[in-house]
Design a protein around this ligand. Sequence first.
Ligand SMILES: NC(=O)c1ccc[n+]([C@@H]2O[C@H](COP(=O)([O-])OP(=O)(O)OC[C@H]3O[C@@H](n4cnc5c(N)ncnc54)[C@H](O)[C@@H]3O)[C@@H](O)[C@H]2O)c1
Length: 350
Amino acid sequence: MKRIAVIPGDGIGPEVTQQAVRVLERLQSTRDLELDFVHFDWGADKFLSDGISLPEGALEMLTSDFDAILAGAFGDPRVPSNQHAEDILLGMRRGLDLYINLRPVRLLNERLTPLANRKTDEIDFVVFRENTEGAYCGAGGFLKKGTSEEIALQEEVNTRRGVERIIVAAFEYAKRNKRARVTMADKSNVQRFGGDLWQRVFREVAAGYPEIETNHQFVDAMAMFMVLDPSQYDVIVSNNLFGDILTDLGAAIQGGLGLAASGNIHPGKVSLFEPVHGSAPPLAGKGIANPVGSILTSAMMLEYLGFPSESVEIEVAVRDAISANETTTDLGGNLTTEQAGSAVIARLKN
Ligand SMILES: NC(=O)c1ccc[n+]([C@@H]2O[C@H](COP(=O)([O-])OP(=O)(O)OC[C@H]3O[C@@H](n4cnc5c(N)ncnc54)[C@H](O)[C@@H]3O)[C@@H](O)[C@H]2O)c1
């Protein structure tokens, strides 16, 4: 029995998460798979009504009682500071030390990419984004704030341990999944200290995986090559900031945010799975959001929990539904969120 904490969140989060849970429930009714879902109402409504974002003791409870977390999205125009979203999402990522942000970029159907003449096997890679440090650690400060001489310092943290464990994770993934090449993206030509550490650690770790080809690109060049020649990538590893930017580009070339899945992972510990997109307030409540990002996220979660064949089954069902144009409007179909979920479920074998 695997225990799943479901945190649908705000906006379209609950709508898409509901479809992912339906898919999982359908699978568990027909497969040797036991999942126990516990829903949590953390999000903007709770924050606005009782001031609670991530409840006290939540991280301990998630660690002791659950195997994985399936989240929707967080963000609400009624909370302009985005405080609750930061508390909940960054709170879990940091508090649970989820140092791997794993984002697959896979073209499921040729018509989905904005790039011309690309076959599905030409866009198929995964990005390992460092998820706990880098430019996102909140270090820095102001001097003479509000004056014409104002200085804003924004610092970046790169620890030996943090850099090493994300690079090792990328190589281990490549080895396990028979991926030929790991490419590291950095900006070590100008970021001479952090970049130097990444370079040294990359070379040291790579030496332990002689069967895997290594490659290095400056992140600006990678952004260009991801558009011009995405077929060269198998596994990409980068820091928090560059990984964040590159994966939005990755989401675009695979067909848009509505399709992109992600995992926030600490191997062996409770890990968090969420679609890449946010709460998309303009779409919320209309029943038109694409549930596929969330459904593919649930497939990633199943793989993490030790059910790789069921995970692949979901991916195949999604691909078949897209091929039949049984999609929401963002992908050119005319289905509602729920109908798109049903289209995937209908393709799961009994
Ligand atoms: N992980 C998260 O929870 C997360 C991530 C990004 C943004 N956010 C938050 O979400 C809110 C909205 O942010 P945003 O508008 O910049 O990004 P967004 O991802 O919510 O939406 C951007 C646009 O992408 C499209 N889109 C996104 N998901 C879609 C789906 N499932 N189906 C169809 N179209 C989809 C829509 O056109 C949408 O307007 C903000 O509060 C932001 O802070 C949260």
